[in-house]
Design a protein. Sequence first.
Length: 471
Amino acid sequence: MHLPDKKWLFIIGLIIIVSLVLLCGFILPKGGSVSNLYIIPAGVFNPASLRPSPHPAPIPVNTTPAGTVTTVTPPAAKPVLEPTAMVPVTAGTMPVITPVNRSTLNVLRGEPFTINGTVDNSSITKVQVWLLDGTISTKLITVMPDGTFHITLNSHETDALSRNFSPAVLVQYSLNPYQFSVSWDNKSHEAVETESGRTTPALAHINDPGMYPTTQVDYLGQGITAAGDSAVIYFLNGVDGWITIDPVSPLQQGTLLIRGNTSLSVGTPLSISVGTVNMHPTPKNYDWSHEIADEGTTLVDHGPFGVNRYSVIIDTSHLNTGKYLVSVESHDENLQANANSIVELVAKIPANQAQGNYIDWSRITLPDLVVNETLTPVMLEGELRIVPPGTGVTNNEVPYGSVIDCTPNGICRIFNQTGVQTLAVYNSNEARIMEVPNGAMIDSGTVGNVTFIRLNGDIVLTKIDEYPRVS
């Protein structure tokens, strides 16, 4: 399958980097293999910290026509982002937890653009805004009596947005109402801890030569949070037009209808891609055809009420079940415009796999598993993650001692350590990726089609793969 070089350059580079890290990051017992499960040590797979690109990693961006106001609220965990293009957005309320929340905003060149924010702490009277666009500058923004503040780029500033990289805006919130923990020293041209006047290793990196703002702001965010303040980061993608994506759903099983509105002229070529939102390390010559669809193309056409439209059908018949990033962008090199959305796909189960993989149940020590047939399958919110009991927040975080049985019908039943089923999820791309605790041992060779995760000698997870491998 052909992958467009520019669109997937970041993804392929990231896969290579993470694969190399993983080779040194976990221990596989002699004779073991990871055949249907991609293991990620906790803390290793961090696309933000590995980002080699002048533009941020693909993030869901729902772009809207100018004049429509929507909001961006940094959530309490990994952000599922809903930033807008070309319109005011809401920066969210404090406190913002670490790690620093990031979102990508499409900004229409030549039009004013405003980020609206709020603070809950009435003692905060100002926020510090950092702009990294090839140079570094800061300014203090007053917080209004009602707790709101406004960061505005005028039409000249948006018109000057780079076409080669994404500038970054960092909003810094101080826990001390009298001073910010990190500030910019105009004499030394360094970011320093305000109290000591000295830089730190993380802050010093923002002056490394050849570094793009997308990487500079990562180091700045690390330095600010280490010093005690909080921050929110926005990457500003300058665009020449807006694109919207209508709610995406399968036209019929195996095909996806993608359509929407755009300000681009009739006849402008568009490229449309559909790929898994959860990338992972791979063996050599990995077949991505079950996780990335062939790219589609179409032309902008006339639409009703003077609004131009586009429409294309994408073949998804080879894709696994899972969450997918839908990307629509201008295929004209002189016009920058794009939009992203997320869609969940459930693959058709082949008729010839009713019996599934062979499992030697006699070699597995399990509690009596109590199946709850009333549980409706749902999609995992992210890759599987093994966490201490009582600490899970999302449905992909399973507690120590869990048993996961992925059955031939494409459903994974998740049981707690006593054997009671707590969840039913689709056997998706997300279910094939697992983040394990640091120091964990992975054994996928002792019993065929069964993976044991051990921590300090105890089995913290048993994953049984009755579902035949499809990729």
